[in-house]
Write a protein that binds this ligand. Structure first.
Ligand code: PGA
Length: 256
């Protein structure tokens, strides 16, 4: 299981570094078994957060990157730069990037490919809007995002890819998908990955749920057979609630 925190455009260098130290400490005090943790702070905090996480086993990820290796792209950050700052993971195609910054499935596919070329694990985000779900199009939309985002990108091992199913209507709204809705879409996504690669690969790829996952609902969501962890926004900004979610994951894994 993987529990990843997406801090979005929250925290500054000082408060982000403090949050990372608090998470590292709380993770050390908790018995998390084989549950892996990652945090994705804003770019400016990557290095101090990485320093604060040293030795903790908590992985460092970014929230975005540019698809080109370098050059005249003012304001952008490349995959190689993220690696040089200590990142192992990068969130790609988050719905806020798609919605507010016009990222297309094609842009995201280029980013996924470039992330892999540089050894980063992409956390590819997919998910439908409320209007798309209400129109009965949720699976069609998610299928387009999965096939579009992964098109022709090779992966050596299932650990090199993470997919996050984040229904847009559940992000930051407190309106979580039901465990059944989440599991149904996760199983569908796993089937798509099996079709694109193979069954063994698909069965080991981590598919995370994201969208108002909190300590009080984490157990129900994480205990679903096709839910392999969470991508946590709001609740990842507090070390205790972030680790409380991971603890639920550890308890479920211990029972399995
Ligand atoms: P949320 O965000 O947990 O605040 O809903 C999740 C995400 O957008 O990754």
């Amino acid at each position: 299981m993987l529990i990843a925190g997406n801090w979005k455009m929250n925290t500054d260098v000082a408060s982000g570094t403090k949050l990372a130290s608090d998470i590292a400490k709380a993770a050390a005090d908790a018995d998390l078994g084989s549950v892996a943790l990652a945090v994705c702070p804003p770019y400016v905090s990557l290095m101090p957060v990485g320093d604060a996480l040293k030795g903790s086993g908590v992985a460092l990820g970014a929230q975005n990157m540019h698809q080109e290796d370098g050059g005249a792209f003012t304001g952008e950050v490349s995959a190689a730069m993220l690696v040089s700052a200590g990142c192992t993971h990068v969130v790609l195609g988050h719905s806020e990037r798609r919605q507010y910054f016009g990222e297309s499935n094609h842009d995201i596919q280029q980013k996924v490919a470039r992330a892999r070329q540089n050894g980063l694990v992409p956390i590819l985000c997919v998910g439908e809007t409320k209007a798309e779900r209400d129109a009965g199009d949720a699976k069609t939309v998610v299928e387009g995002q999965v096939r579009g985002g992964l098109a022709d990108v090779p992966f050596d091992a299932p650990g090199d890819l993470v997919i996050a199913y984040e229904p847009v209507w559940a992000i930051g709204t407190g309106d979580t998908a039901t465990p059944e809705q989440a599991n149904e879409m996760h199983a569908f996504i796993r089937g798509l990955v099996a079709d694109l690669y193979d069954k063994a690969f698909a069965s080991d790829v981590h598919i995370l749920y994201g969208g108002s996952m909190k300590p009080h609902n984490a157990e129900d969501l994480l205990s679903q057979p096709d839910v392999d962890g969470g991508l946590i926004g709001g609740a990842s900004l507090d070390a205790d609630s972030f680790i409380a979610i991971a603890r639920h994951g550890a308890a479920i894994e211990a029972k399995a």
